[in-house]
Design a protein. Sequence first.
Length: 421
Amino acid sequence: MMKDRKKRTTMLSGICLAAVICGMALFSAVNVPAQEKADDAPYVMDARNVYRDVLNGKTQFYYVSKEQKAELTDIGSVPGIFSPYSEYAALWRFAVVDLDQDGEREVVLQVTDVAGDGGGYLALYQQEGKVYGAACDYRMFMNLKADGTFDYANLLLTEQGIGKIESFAKAGTQVEPLAQELSGDGWATVTYRKGGAKISAQEYDREKQLQEQKPDAVWYDFTEEGICQAFESAYDFRLDMALEPLSFLEFLEEANAGSVRDTFPVRVSDGQELTVKLYAKPQQAADTCFAVDKIRIYNGRQWIQTIDPASLPAVEEYAWDGLFVNKGFAVGEPDVRDLNFDGAQDFGLLAVETYPKNVPYSYFLWNKEKQQFDYGFTLFGSKALQVDAEQRKLVEHSNDVQGEYLDFYSYTADGRLVRQQ
């Protein structure tokens, strides 16, 4: 897409989670003691308060031991579960994610030992109004992602891969492998599988790359401030709820980094509508035209992606000042439509602050495999860009003193947009 157009170089400077994993059984059939109720037993309220009170030590939870027994314990006893003879074992951090992808979030608590080594993880989950905790070794939660998936490996490293929790309601729950590498005969043979079917090493590497590109889950320090950030908020643990007032963490961040200036929906499938939030610096709060300092993508209340305008690749063929919105003007508002003929809406933002004509937009395309938006291209946009769905082409209109010009673009097999000669 090479054109003789003036270049501009001004660019704007515009969060998360990691963990460690193992492919062994998470939970076994649990024998809950007959005396289930105690003065400090968790009360049935909402998930936010229950988990918060457990982490604060106000209520107890049922620790599921290797002997398949559930015993009431408190949060202060957790380091001793992993390192009973160490004075250095401590609660370090925790994450709040939907591990079994049922719409309810769980808590993954990490314990460290001397020099940050050893320790392990405690997965806190709820059943019938009670909180249970299952201990997992230090390999259990590597590269935990915001969608609850993770890398895992067993202790002998004969099985490793990408997995998720199958279900907390089923006795004997195990990690459900999504893609795995299996070694046998003293690692002389290696096989790769996805969903139970055999795949090639290249396909397995591709699955690992896609997994790595997912947004990380957010880790909070195991401190009063960290617990406050995670639970003293207005959000609901249901992932399908509409957007509610800002959480405490979002409030603090926006007070320092900017404020939400515009919000719009993008429908990526018949059953999934995402929310795009555009942030600007506080000093631009009253401006009709503002520079976008940060873009956040939400699935309901779940924050799934952040886009920094400064991270976009260099735009060489078009004038480009950053990303902007000029509210109330047909050319200047976000442009939302399907631009690559996959049935999912994409979105574009104004790429210059002033524009007499030939207005470039930078467009972000929905990536179904990665479940996020990727930067696609910059073209003259808004009304100057037409979508020819029948011919599967994009038609770009431009003008100069000699008249109007049309440029036609189509997609290659690997998804790149190219101008037709």
